[in-house]
Write a protein that binds this ligand. Structure first.
Ligand SMILES: Nc1nc2c(ncn2[C@@H]2O[C@H](COP(=O)(O)OP(=O)(O)OP(=O)(O)O)[C@@H](O)[C@H]2O)c(=O)[nH]1
Ligand SMILES: [Mg+2]
Length: 355
C-alpha cells in the first residue's frame, strides 16, 4: 500500500514525511526541494501491541504503509509535471496544506488560505487527468477508421460521456460513482483525481487540535482530513512514550499525528488488519475490507490460499481479554470458518491448509 504526499512548495510535506517514516530528509525555509523521497511507516495498533505482550514473540511485525514525498507542485504545470506523474501508481494521495503562519516562508500564492489551496490542487489533478483522457480519446477517434472493437467502443463512450464532462465541470473523479466494470476500465489510466485523498492541514502549534473545518476546508466525498503541526509532531516523535503523552495533552491532542495520519490513511483505503499470533511471530496483515478467508490467507502465502481448508478465528478483543487460545476455545469463541467467511478488522486467524 502506497500513499503519495503532494502539495504546494513549502507546505510542510517533507517535515510530515520525516515524522511518518522516521526519516531525516532535508527541509528548508527557502530552497525549494527537487528530490523525491520514499519511506515506510509502521501502523501503530494498540490491539497488536496487546497481543505482543501476551505472546512475547521473537518477531513483531506491525502493518506498514509506504509514503512517497514529491517536490511541491506548481500551479498551471500539472499536465507536464514529471513529479506529479510519479504519483500515478499510488493507492491514495495525501495533500499537505499550509495553514501555519511564518513570514519568512513564502507561499507561492502569496497568502495562507487552506480552502483555496485544496481547491487549486484538486484543479491541478483534474487538469492532469483531462490531458490524459483527451489524448486517449483522440487516439480512439483515429482508430474508428479501422473500426473499434466492443471494448474500445465502451471505453470511448465512458470517457466521452462520463469522464470528460466530469473533468470539464471541474469535478474530481473520486466523486463519480461507476459500476465495477467501468471502474476497472478507468483504473488502467491511473488518473490522479480518481484516487482517494487525505488532506493534512499543517497548522500552527496553537491550532493543532482544531478540526479541518476550522480552517475553512469543506470535506467532499472520498476525502478525509486531519490537522497536525508538522514540526511539533516531529519533535514529539523523538520523545519517550511517557513524555509524548504529556506533550500531547498540553496541545489538547489524543494521539501523535503519526498515528492519526496512518490510521486515516488506512481508513481511506478501505483496508483492515487481521493478525497472526504465536511464539515465533505476532504480525498484522493488510487486506481490503470485505476480503474472504481464503483470499486473506493468500496475503500470507499463495500456497495457503491454494490449499485452504479452513480458518480458526477468534476476535483479538476476546483473545486479549481471555489471554490464551485455549481459554477462547473453552469459551466457544474460537470458531472454525470456511473459505467464504468475510474477515473482520481485528480477527486473529490461523489457517489450515494442504498442498
Ligand atoms: N512555523 C512553521 N513552520 C513549518 C511548519 N511546517 C513546516 N514548516 C517549515 O517550513 C519549511 C518547509 O518545510 P518542508 O517540510 O521542507 O516543506 P515541503 O512542502 O516539503 O517543501 P518543498 O518540498 O520544497 O515543496 C521548513 O523550514 C519547515 O520547518 C509549521 O507547521 N509551522
Ligand atoms: Mg519537500
Amino acid at each position: 500500500m502506497q500513499l503519495g504526499i503532494l502539495g504546494f512548495p513549502k507546505s510542510g510535506k517533507t517535515t510530515l514525511f520525516n515524522t511518518l517514516t522516521a526519516s531525516h530528509q532535508a527541509t528548508d525555509k527557502y530552497a525549494t526541494s527537487s528530490q523525491t523521497n520514499m519511506g515506510v511507516a509502521q501502523v501503530r495498533d494498540d490491539r497488536l501491541e496487546a497481543l505482543r505482550d501476551l505472546f512475547n514473540p521473537k518477531r513483531y511485525v506491525p502493518a506498514t504503509v509506504q509514503y512517497l514525498d514529491i517536490p511541491g507542485i506548481t500551479k498551471g504545470e500539472s499536465a507536464e509535471s514529471l513529479d506529479l506523474a510519479k504519483l500515478k501508481t499510488v493507492d491514495a494521495l495525501v495533500h499537505v496544506v499550509r495553514a501555519f503562519a511564518d513570514p519568512e516562508i513564502l507561499h507561492p500564492e502569496g497568502s495562507v488560505d487552506p480552502a483555496r489551496d485544496v481547491a487549486t490542487v484538486d484543479l491541478e489533478l483534474i487538469l492532469a487527468d483531462h490531458t490524459i483522457v483527451e489524448t486517449r480519446l483522440e487516439r480512439l477517434e483515429k482508430a474508428t477508421k479501422r473500426g473499434l472493437n466492443p471494448e474500445e467502443q465502451r471505453e470511448r463512450q465512458l470517457l466521452s460521456e462520463v469522464i470528460l464532462p466530469a473533468l470539464e465541470a471541474e469535478k474530481p473523479l473520486r466523486e463519480i460513482a461507476l459500476d465495477p466494470e467501468d471502474e476497472k476500465r478507468l483504473r488502467g489510466f491511473q488518473l490522479l483525481s480518481a484516487k482517494p485523498m487525505l488532506i493534512v492541514i499543517d497548522a500552527d502549534e496553537t491550532r493543532a487540535a482544531e478540526p479541518p473545518e476550522a480552517f475553512g476546508v469543506q470535506l467532499r466525498p472520498a476525502v478525509r482530513a486531519v490537522t497536525v503541526s508538522a514540526p511539533i509532531e516531529q519533535e514529539i516523535s523523538t520523545l519517550s512514550p511517557e513524555e509524548q503523552k504529556d506533550f500531547l495533552a498540553d496541545l489538547g491532542l489524543s494521539a501523535p499525528s503519526l498515528d492519526r495520519v496512518t490510521r486515516a490513511s488506512y481508513d481511506l483505503l478501505g483496508v483492515i488488519s487481521f493478525f497472526t499470533v504465536g511464539e515465533d511471530e505476532v504480525r498484522a496483515w493488510t487486506i481490503r475490507r470485505g476480503t474472504r478467508a481464503r483470499e486473506a490467507a493468500g496475503a500470507i502465502h499463495s500456497d495457503i490460499e491454494r490449499g485452504f481448508i479452513r480458518a480458526e478465528v477468534v476476535h483479538c478483543d476476546d483473545l486479549i481479554r481471555l489471554k490464551t487460545m485455549a481459554a477462547c476455545r473453552d469459551a466457544g469463541l474460537l470458531r472454525l470458518e470456511g473459505k467464504e467467511y468475510v474477515m473482520k478488522d481485528g480477527d486473529v486467524a490461523h489457517f489450515r491448509f494442504n498442498v
